[in-house]
Design a protein around this ligand. Structure first.
Ligand SMILES: Cc1ncc(COP(=O)(O)O)c(C=O)c1O
Length: 468
């Protein structure tokens, strides 16, 4: 029996993938939207068969690669992902006979990493930022590309640079919205990650009506909203075309999670954190005028984010002991978090450009790289020594006698090195600093490195890097 959207009877789960005949729902928002005139719809992307907007992208990346003959029987997929693309590729791969390997950040919620393994994916956890940091040498994106280059049985579809990513939205999301709004849509809003959603959907809608406003929302630096990128990261996102958009706005972590909570409690919509972010931004960008019909993409739902909820709403964390009151973070945890936060001051943290100037000026501090030996061996700041974080307590004797000796701690993105900076301070070191952004930022700023990858000289400073 052929698949039938009207009766919702399907011959294969893949026939549930979205298109004009089988669009994801648009739901009007009322309680959290303070507008008198403008009408705002949310497009609920968890109605896709595998639960997120990325099902569209996974389907189109695979379709495109098969048509171009680079993907076929016997091939495996390797893809860096913040989770949702991995889920789409894993499930469509299972249906079409492709295994999947996903290098990803260890900071991604446990729920997502575990679910990917449950789907049969080989998950490789790395010291990378939530939405894989563009240009991070041993980050998830580089690891996936290297795997495909070194092993021809693997194909890297590479959502971050593949036109089939926005292509998936141009073929489905755009046509759906146009038909569902009867061509009345005036404003389209999406959160920015790879930028496939905003770029592909925006191109389709503007072809139908050039006056449609295409608007982007991005999180503040240091956010923990999976799937999206801060302004700094967007600067290196290949599918980010700000000239094609009509506006964009930054939203804080707090605003995003607060709106996410309101959507669930006041609208009874099970929206996830990046949906809260997109709507919080949309309400800053959309004019409250008669005739305004806005559509905001809600990429996935809240069910995968229990650990994020506990972090942002500690009162919702399970009570430590059954029957005990929901324990707020202990005084010690709060103190530790506050100390980590305080380290961001200019005395205890050093920017890449400042450290580079110190090295060039001959006032080189002792640089201690606390990453695992294999990552250090591959590439590190010239002259840095390696004491992995886990070994530091037992290797104190290798540290300088002089407690005023200038020391800089380095890791992948500047998170673990903060903890080790605190540790050295607790040993009495008075001139120890954390390298902001870690080795990722060092390379992103084009600074020289050493390692099995050879000695890489400083790249000529580009305008962006020049601004420091
Ligand atoms: C939860 C979530 N929100 C937002 C986005 C951003 O979408 P795009 O990559 O199309 O910009 C993603 C992308 O992975 C996502 O997983």
């Amino acid at each position: 029996m052929a698949s039938n959207h009207a009766t919702r009877v399907y011959d294969s789960i893949l026939d549930l993938l979205p298109n004009e005949e089988n669009p994801t729902p648009l739901v009007r928002l009322r309680r959290v939207v303070p507008f008198k005139h403008a009408v705002v719809y949310a497009k609920l992307e968890w109605y896709n068969p595998f639960g997120a907007v990325k099902d569209r992208v996974a389907a189109n990346l695979i379709r495109d690669a098969e048509e171009r003959g680079i993907l076929g029987p016997g091939k495996k997929l390797v893809e860096a992902t913040s989770g949702n693309t991995g889920v789409g590729l894993a499930m469509i791969g299972n249906a079409r006979g492709y295994g999947l390997e996903t290098p990803l950040s260890a900071a991604i919620p446990l729920e997502k990493r575990t679910t990917l393994r449950f789907f049969g994916t080989k998950v490789v956890e790395l010291d990378d930022s939530l939405c894989p940091a563009p240009g991070a040498p041993e980050g998830a994106i580089a690891t996936a590309r290297e795997k495909a280059q070194s092993d021809p049985s693997y194909v890297a579809l590479d959502q971050y640079a593949n036109e089939a990513n926005p292509g998936g939205h141009y073929r489905t999301t755009g046509p759906e919205i146009w038909r569902q709004t009867g061509g009345e849509v005036t404003h389209f809003v999406a959160g920015l990650g790879t930028c496939g959603t905003i770029t592909g959907t925006g191109r389709f809608l503007k072809e139908r009506n050039a006056s449609v406003k295409v608007l982007g929302v991005y999180p503040e630096d240091g956010h923990d909203i999976p799937g999206v990128r801060s302004k700094r990261q967007l600067a290196q996102t290949k599918l980010y075309f700000p000239d094609e958009y009509d506006g964009e706005v930054e939203v804080t972590n707090r605003e995003a999670f607060e709106m996410c909570l309101r959507l669930n409690r006041e609208e009874s919509i099970i929206a996830g954190p990046s949906s809260g972010m997109a709507l919080a931004g949309a309400l800053k960008l959309i004019p409250d005028e008669p005739g305004v019909v806005a559509v905001v993409i809600f990429p996935d739902n809240i069910f995968k984010y229990a650990s994020s909820i506990c972090r942002h709403f500690p009162e919702m964390a399970p009570p430590a002991k059954p029957g005990a009151e929901a324990a707020a973070p202990s005084r010690r945890e709060q103190l530790f978090e506050a100390m980590m936060e305080n380290l961001k001051n200019p005395h205890d943290s050093v920017r890449v450009t400042k450290l580079a100037a110190e090295l060039a000026g001959g006032a080189a501090p002792l640089i201690i790289d606390v990453r695992p030996p294999d990552q250090y061996a591959e590439m590190h700041v010239p002259g840095a020594i390696n004491i992995p974080q886990s070994e530091l307590p037992n290797r104190k004797l290798e540290l300088p006698e002089d407690r005023d000796a200038p020391i800089v701690m380095v890791c992948g993105i500047g998170k673990f090195s903060k903890e080790t900076t605190l540790f050295l301070k607790s040993l009495g070191y008075r001139n120890v600093r954390n390298l902001k952004g870690g080795i990722n930022e060092w390379v992103r700023k084009g600074q020289p490195t050493e390692g099995s990858g050879g000695t890489v000289a400083a790249a000529a400073a580009s305008p962006a890097q020049a601004e420091g």
